[in-house]
Design a protein around this ligand. Structure first.
Ligand code: SAM
Length: 287
């Protein structure tokens, strides 16, 4: 058996979600500790790793790695905005690392709100994760608001074309309320009549994420689930549900997507019109 030098390295081991059985661990060999600290909401750690570039943890859970964050942020943002004929006002709740904001700004939007409860996440991301946010926070269309998304959303009615929920996982302490029916109805209320909502709901096989998606299907008339494998979340494929008030998401054709992709001059590493459609195909057993 190949002698593994596991003990000679230092590892960042991703913990389990509260209440989760410890049946799986993911370890990332550390090259260098970049930042470690605590905000009033969560612990924040950033490491340079030997195989995944720079990694960002909140409360001991992987949020992203520079190696494959494009997969996550592109699949969280583009299926929603590409389903919309002309997204002008977009809201991101969470996403303090700036990755989702960077992707939203690739579309010809007029306003991109980012509502992040934890200012420390934005400060640390700007300083230590510059390839994530790039110039997104400085873009004149960006409106950065540090507050609880649950309160912020109540101030808007019929305003946003797209709302993106880039929060911690549904079963984490931070974000559980963001997946309850009351909040999703407030999201629906803040959307315009042909508005579109997307979220990240953790691993595709995660029960909390499934419960969150059942509530989404109850609140919104149209719904489509997309999946992508993100290497930094190695337990399973990641889930990206999209919900719509008026656009029947199953009727969006590749021709429409290709036209919008070309017209908006979008460049992406992982998302494409073909991937948009392929990522919503599931094995029969999954149904
Ligand atoms: N990429 C990550 C993942 O895969 O789980 C999630 C991205 S992001 C770092 C999650 C952000 O949501 C955190 O910065 C957290 O502070 C923020 N957040 C959690 N609850 C929130 C709330 N109620 N309002 C606004 N932001 C919130």
């Amino acid at each position: 058996m190949r002698k593994i030098s596991i003990l000679k390295k230092t590892w960042a081991i991703e913990g389990c979600l509260p209440g989760e059985k410890e049946v799986f661990l993911a370890g990332f060999a550390i090259k260098k500790k970049i930042y470690t600290g605590k905000s009033k909401y969560q612990s924040i750690d950033i490491f340079d790793t030997q195989g995944y570039g720079r990694m960002f943890f909140l409360d001991g859970l992987v949020q992203l790695s520079t190696k494959d964050e494009a997969v996550y942020h592109e699949m969280l943002v583009h299926p929603a905005l590409m389903n919309h004929p002309s997204p002008k006002r977009v809201l991101i709740i969470g996403g303090g690392d700036g990755g989702a904001l960077r992707e939203v700004l690739k579309h010809p939007v007029k306003e991109a709100f980012l509502v992040e409860i934890d200012e420390k996440v934005i400060q640390v991301a700007k300083k230590y994760l510059p390839t994530l946010c790039r110039s997104a926070f400085q873009d004149k269309r960006s409106k950065i608001v540090v507050t609880d998304g649950i309160e912020f959303i109540l101030k808007y009615k019929n305003y946003f074309d797209c709302i993106i929920l880039d929060s911690n996982d549904p079963d984490g302490i931070m974000a559980a309320k963001l997946f309850e029916e009351k909040f999703l109805r407030a999201v629906k209320n803040a959307l315009t009549k042909d508005g579109i909502f997307s979220a990240q709901t953790g691993y595709i096989s995660d029960t909390f994420g499934m419960k969150a998606r059942i509530v989404m299907k109850k609140v919104f008339p149209f719904y489509e689930l997309h999946r992508a494998f993100v290497g930094s979340f190695p337990r399973d494929e990641h889930s990206f549900p999209v919900a719509s008030l008026k656009v029947n998401l199953k009727n969006i054709t590749k021709t429409v997507l290709e036209k919008r992709y070309k017209q908006r001059k979008i460049s992406t590493l992982y998302y494409s019109p073909a991937m948009h459609l392929a990522s919503s195909v599931f094995p029969p057993s999954f149904k």
